[in-house]
Design a protein around this ligand. Structure first.
Ligand SMILES: Cc1ncc(COP(=O)(O)O)c(C=O)c1O
Length: 390
């Protein structure tokens, strides 16, 4: 086992956890159902999230349970038998929405899931054409940053198209919240899902859910009857009675509060700029190393994660094992159809920094060289540093 002093988690979530967030995780615990101070911290965190995500009109909840809970809740409460749903499938999570829709009795129409589509942002013109063809689509699902391939979809252009057809837009922003600007109200998003273990740099365990008034109309009509995922219960119990449907994880909420304070202190615009710089620097370094980014252009690539192809002749599991065991650095492999073919460096939240990326690139280059891949380690490190120089 690696000593805690000698390891860096540079995967695209879970991530390294900043010192102040770790301190918050160690705060004295309480009974979150009864302690008024806890409710205040919870509500303050919601206010900061509303500001960060531009949620003024709708509702916003922080639920205990990792991000899949949010995805599941969004669909459980909006999909009825036969609900036709357009699935923008240019990635593992994008495509995965189709399975959830089926589970709740909906009828998915999968678009933008061809081999090449996965290497680029979804094309709003294709979505428009498909909505034209399927006039009975009631809901569109979209992933903002599809983490396994590092692709970022264009929320602004896609939401314009979806809104022009009057469909509800559900967006998985699990790995973009806190790293990429999102304006929920002005984009007309109906349900936005966030997670704690990505750019917010917490352990897994919280889901953030923003819900528009149009989404509420649908949720009331669908009237989901389960308990744990029931959004109407959150509204009734939290908004009307100031109590939670089930016991919250107080330490995770303290940590979220601290993480949001860090973002607000730095200023969200500065945070977003730092993520863009990280993306540019990592792209430059991996290209100098002779590696191939998975997205076909940097413009399609998320500011929070860089995916690149496993170089020919290298076994990715062996490379990651070497990076971890010899150098103490963990980077990500990938999932689904990308498993074994793609590697990923997370630059989410605190990872989007010169020092973290220097460690990622240095150890990646060293491990590749150890495995016989010919590359210029110094040049790769120099390219990265150059981007961070003022
Ligand atoms: C885009 C996206 N959505 C959803 C999830 C699911 O989150 P969790 O790891 O909490 O299951 C992830 C996790 O990697 C993700 O990247």
């Amino acid at each position: 086992m690696r000593a805690y002093t000698d390891r860096f988690i540079l995967t695209p979530g879970p991530t390294e956890i900043p010192y102040r967030v770790r301190l918050a995780l160690m705060k004295e615990t309480t009974n979150p159902d009864l302690d008024p101070e806890f409710l205040e911290i919870y509500n303050n965190s919601r206010l900061m999230l509303r500001e960060l995500l531009g949620v003024r009109k709708g509702s916003l909840y922080i639920m205990a349970g990792e991000a899949m809970l949010g995805l599941d809740a969004a669909l459980a409460n909006t999909i009825a038998n036969g609900t036709k749903t357009l699935i923008v499938g240019n990635g593992v999570f994008g495509e995965g929405f189709a399975d959830l829709v089926k589970l709740y009795g909906g009828e998915p129409v999968l678009v933008e899931n061809c081999e090449d589509c996965w290497r680029r942002s979804a094309d709003p013109a294709v979505i428009e054409r498909e909505l034209e063809r399927h006039k009975d689509v009631e809901i569109v699902t979209l992933v903002h940053c599809d983490t396994p391939s590092g692709i970022l979809n264009d929320l602004e252009e896609i939401s314009k198209v979806v809104k022009s057809f009057g469909a509800l837009l559900i967006v998985d922003a699990v790995s973009s919240i806190g790293g990429v600007p999102i304006n929920f109200d002005s984009l007309g998003i109906d349900i936005l899902i966030g997670g704690s273990q990505k750019a917010l740099n917490l352990p897994a365990g919280l889901t953030i859910l923003a819900i528009s008034n149009d989404a509420w109309d649908r949720i009331n009509r669908v009237s989901y009857r389960g308990f744990y995922l029931n959004l109407k219960l959150w509204r009734e119990m939290l908004e009307e009675a100031g109590v939670f449907p089930y016991t919250m994880s107080d330490v995770l909420v303290y940590a979220l509060h601290e993480s949001l304070k860090l973002i607000m202190e730095e200023g969200p615009d500065n945070v977003y700029k730092r993520h863009l710089l990280a993306r540019k620097a990592v792209w430059k370094a991996i290209e100098v190393m002779g590696l191939k980014p998975y997205p076909s252009s940097i413009n399609y690539s998320s500011p929070t994660v860089t995916a690149f192809e496993v170089p020919r002749g290298i076994n990715e599991a062996e490379l990651r094992k070497m990076m971890w065991e010899k150098y103490g650095v963990m980077i990500g492999g990938s999932w689904g159809r990308l498993q074994g073919k793609v590697l990923r460096i997370g630059h989410m939240g605190v990872q989007a920094s010169r020092i973290h990326l220097l460690i990622a690139i240095t150890t990646l280059a060293r491990a590749l060289a150890d495995l016989g891949y010919r590359l210029n380690v110094e040049e790769a490190i120099g390219a990265l540093e150059e981007e961070f120089r003022d």
